[in-house]
Design a protein around this ligand. Structure first.
Ligand code: NAD
Ligand code: TYD
Length: 358
């Protein structure tokens, strides 16, 4: 039975990945989830897997080399899937330090722990051991022209402290592959959306605010473009790259779904109005009048767009869920999980929100 060490599995994409993997492999795999549970980590995301015999949660910081080495010493880890990171651009603008610590130094700890556990000779590793580093398209910087795309060969040009820290971590992984022949892959994915996404990110924030009749903050002119992918398609891509991809290669993951932020907000408003039953008091609250243009994000990247040609051609990955369907699935999930939203938006979230949007 293959053993996975997943970092950051209590966050948005990590928890969706764990659900995806158990749905796909059931009892054929074992997953150890290591997460320190920052504001973004939530064990509620994993309620339906927590009692499985083939699932273990370890609360630990990826920067804590002793704790991470102990997990490798006590378990024969076959796959590492490394999600754990500070992930929000706006937070990185206010407080870059923790981004460098977790995203750069934490990745270094993970690389060293896996290398020490797996290396059996000089640059020779135990058979069938693989490390996958989950990264972002934001490392490539900002596209200014229509028709331009991010390819795996596009030079890195990060602008935010978040993307700079992710770029640094990618370079560390690349350096381990080049120097030590360390068995790894990197994936650079576009913006994700779906169940369990923390409402500091655009899509869940807009859904949550609209349902309460709160203003919908749009940065700048609202015409910045992001390339949105349903989170389960990302999970599928990660698994396919790890099992079918060529070692030492980078794969971009994205579904050609570029939209301006203002379009996203309008689609959410229209979809909420369509999905809310007549008589539901929230239906009266949801309105385009809530759209409020606010100060632009500092250093706001204009446009992201992934060219997924390589992952399609080499591995056969294509997304299953188009945006029209994915946004409905996401909204339906938030309707069914009002308590989840209430729990994550109480306490510290209120402080963050007041400070961010004052
Ligand atoms: P998230 O913020 O929802 O989750 C991050 C998780 O990592 C949380 O559970 C948190 O508790 C954990 N964590 C943070 N610091 C830690 C530490 N020091 N030790 C252990 N655990 C720690 O993030 P996400 O959106 O799920 O993103 C996951 C990964 O995917 C990140 O590496 C991110 O850069 C990458 N990514 C995200 C997107 C996106 O649209 N969200 C797109 C492409 C790539
Ligand atoms: P976000 O979800 O933070 O992801 P990222 O910055 O990693 O792309 O933001 C997506 C886009 O939405 C980005 O262009 C910033 C914009 N945005 C708003 O206009 N208003 C908001 O309140 C937020 C959170 C984001």
């Amino acid at each position: 039975m293959r053993t996975y060490l997943v970092t950051g599995g209590a966050g948005f994409i990590g928890s969706n990945y764990i659900h995806y993997m158990f749905k796909k492999y059931d009892n054929e795999i074992r997953i150890i989830n290591v997460d320190v549970l920052t504001y973004a980590g939530n064990l509620e995301n994993l309620k339906d897997v927590e009692n499985r015999d083939n699932y273990t949660f370890v609360r630990a910081d990826i920067c804590d080399a002793e704790a991470i080495n102990k997990i490798f010493a006590e378990n024969d880890i076959d796959r590492v899937v490394h999600f754990a990171a500070e992930s929000h651009v706006d937070r990185s603008i206010k407080n870059p330090d923790v981004f460098v610590k977790t995203n750069v130094l934490g990745t270094l700890v993970m690389l060293n722990a896996a290398k020490n556990a797996w290396e059996i000779g000089d640059n020779v590793y135990k058979e069938d051991k693989k490390f996958l580093h989950v990264s972002t398209d934001e490392v490539y910087g900002s596209l200014e022209e229509e028709g331009e795309y991010f390819y795996e060969t596009t030079p890195y040009d990060p602008h935010s402290p978040y993307s700079a820290s992710k770029a640094s971590s990618d370079f560390l992984v690349k350096s381990y592959m080049d120097t030590y022949k360390f068995p790894a892959n990197i994936t650079n994915c576009s913006n994700n959306y779906g169940p369990y996404q923390f409402p500091e990110k655009l899509i869940p924030l807009i859904i949550n605010n609209a349902l309460q009749g709160k203003r919908l903050p749009v940065y700048g002119d609202g015409k910045n473009v992001r390339d949105w992918l349903y989170v389960e398609d990302h999970a599928k891509g990660i698994d396919m790259v790890q099992e079918k991809g060529r070692l030492f290669e980078t794969y971009n993951i994205g579904g050609h779904n570029e939209k301006q932020n203002i379009e996203i907000i309008e689609i959410i408003i229209d979809t909420l109005q369509e999905m809310l039953p007549d008589g539901d008091p929230r239906k009266e609250l949801v309105s385009r009048d809530l759209i409020t243009y606010v100060a632009d994000r500092k250093g706001h990247d204009r446009r992201y767009a992934i060219a997924p040609d390589k992952i399609k051609a080499e591995i056969g990955w294509v997304p299953d869920t188009c945006f029209a369907e994915g946004i409905k699935l996401t909204i339906a999930w938030f309707f069914e999980h009002e308590d989840w939203m209430k729990n994550v938006t109480s306490g510290d979230y209120q402080k963050y929100y007041q400070e961010m949007y004052k």
